[in-house]
Design a protein around this ligand. Structure first.
Ligand code: NIG
Ligand code: FE
Length: 418
């Protein structure tokens, strides 16, 4: 399929091509000039004034983008698919004042989702995950990451990773898979014993499953900084990236540990120590902020303005999971980030495109509009400034994944002519 997206009000462009990521103090350099963009098969063929010169004879579709912004497909680099069912009753408890740790210690939280996962059939799990992936696509997510972590036994973790692999084959999007090997301490183990078992199982996990990263949750109800170090060593041994859930509900000073272990990202950071902000901002490690979890859990708010001003590789994600963030819409996350972090819309879009793609090692392929990159492209129904402003509205009119029209909003169909 060859598509020319014509006459857009704004085309979001990086300051130069070929950047692996853009540090956030440079987000203001993202351009948003009017123009056109041509997609040829799976690739972006021309942008801006080059489109007229490109002029292929066999254009199969024209898309009238007047008044619209064209932006890269969004990248959600932190989700917990696949999971079974939801935990709305816990949300009601939290709203009434019970803490996450309290609910977890009473057998709720991750353990409750582990029980639900064990009881659900493969078909039911893939059905739920597939519907969520479709909902993500409608909201502009063209690449996402999934994690295991609700298995809580070696066999169940292997099953979750197998199902993530099946989701990767069936979803419209490009999917990266992370093994969240230390999420909660399973019954019958202590934390050290569980990591010993994981170390034994990792050769099988990496041989049989297409995983690219290991993840660990450091918290009073989960694992410690020593375990973070151990998971980092396992990741290095197996040639995998290290991701880490840190500083979500309390301060554990996990960031220096994670940096020392070579983490590709540290995620949450709501309670990060002020002294760790500069070190993180200087490092080649992304600060993945999860404002949906912060908002719904009434958590502390990450020092997002300070991280950005210091030049961190800032990233936003949904953290889609049945506990802390049952949210799949990145436009909503952008809206929360702009209001609660005091970010500009360019900062929020950089954090959900190029920099998020870097976290999952996709930024050579996607995450920015550049000739030759995969044609993961969104046409929004208004300017980029409307994305945070119209909070709760889904601005995505068209979503192309690798040049294929994967979603079009019915009320915008008139814009497309064959
Ligand atoms: O990223 N914090 C740990 N993991 C998830 C929540 C998991 C759950 O409660 O099911 C998170 O917020
Ligand atoms: Fe998470």
């Amino acid at each position: 399929m060859t598509v020319v997206i014509e006459g857009a009000a704004q085309i979001l462009r990086p300051p130069t091509d070929g950047l692996p990521y853009l540090r956030h103090d440079r987000a203001g350099e993202l351009g948003a000039e009017p123009g056109s963009i041509a997609l040829d098969g799976e690739r972006i063929a021309a942008i801006g004034t080059d489109v007229a010169a490109w002029g292929s004879d066999d254009v199969t579709a024209h898309l009238d983008a007047s008044g619209c912004a064209v932006v890269p497909g969004l990248v959600d680099c932190h989700t917990h698919l696949p999971f079974a069912g939801w935990r709305a009753e816990e949300y009601a408890m939290k709203v009434a004042g019970r803490t996450y740790a309290d609910i977890a210690r009473a057998g709720g939280g991750i353990r409750s989702s582990a029980r639900a996962l064990a009881e659900a059939t493969d078909v039911a799990l893939l059905d739920q995950a597939g519907h969520l992936a479709a909902e993500m696509l409608v909201h502009g997510t063209t690449t996402f990451e999934t994690k295991s972590g609700y298995g809580l036994s070696i066999d169940a973790e292997l099953r979750a990773l197998r199902l993530a692999g099946e989701l990767a084959c069936t979803a419209d999007q490009d999917v990266a898979i992370t093994a969240l090997v230390a999420h909660a301490v399973p019954d019958g183990f202590d934390a050290d014993g569980w990591l010993h078992a994981i170390a034994g199982a990792l050769p099988q996990m990496t041989e049989e499953r297409r995983i690219s990263a290991l993840d660990v949750y450091v918290e009073s109800v989960a694992f410690t900084n020593d375990h973070l170090q151990r998971v980092g060593a396992l990741a290095a041994e197996h040639g995998l990236d290290l991701r880490a859930h840190v500083e979500q509900f309390a301060q554990h000073r996990s960031v220096p540990m994670a940096l020392e272990a070579g983490a590709r990202s540290v995620d949450h950071l709501a309670c990060v120590h002020p002294d760790d902000v500069m070190a993180l901002a200087d490092a080649e490690c992304a600060a993945v902020l999860l404002p949906g979890a912060e908002f719904l859990g009434d958590e502390a708010v990450a020092p997002a303005r300070a991280l950005v001003d210091a030049g961190a590789i800032g990233v936003l994600a949904t953290d889609a999971n049945p506990g802390t963030s049952p949210v799949v819409s990145l436009p909503l996350i952008i809206g929360l980030a702009v209001r609660r972090y005091g970010w500009t819309v360019r900062e929020a879009l950089l954090a959900t495109t190029l920099n998020a793609a870097w976290v999952v090692r996709r930024s050579r392929e996607t995450g920015s509009l550049e000739v030759g990159k995969r044609a993961d492209v969104l046409v929004l129904d208004g300017p980029i400034e409307s994305v945070p402003y119209r909070l709760g509205h889904n601005p995505v009119a068209f979503a192309f994944v690798a040049g294929r029209l994967a979603w079009q909003r019915p009320d915008c169909a008139w814009r497309l002519s064959a």
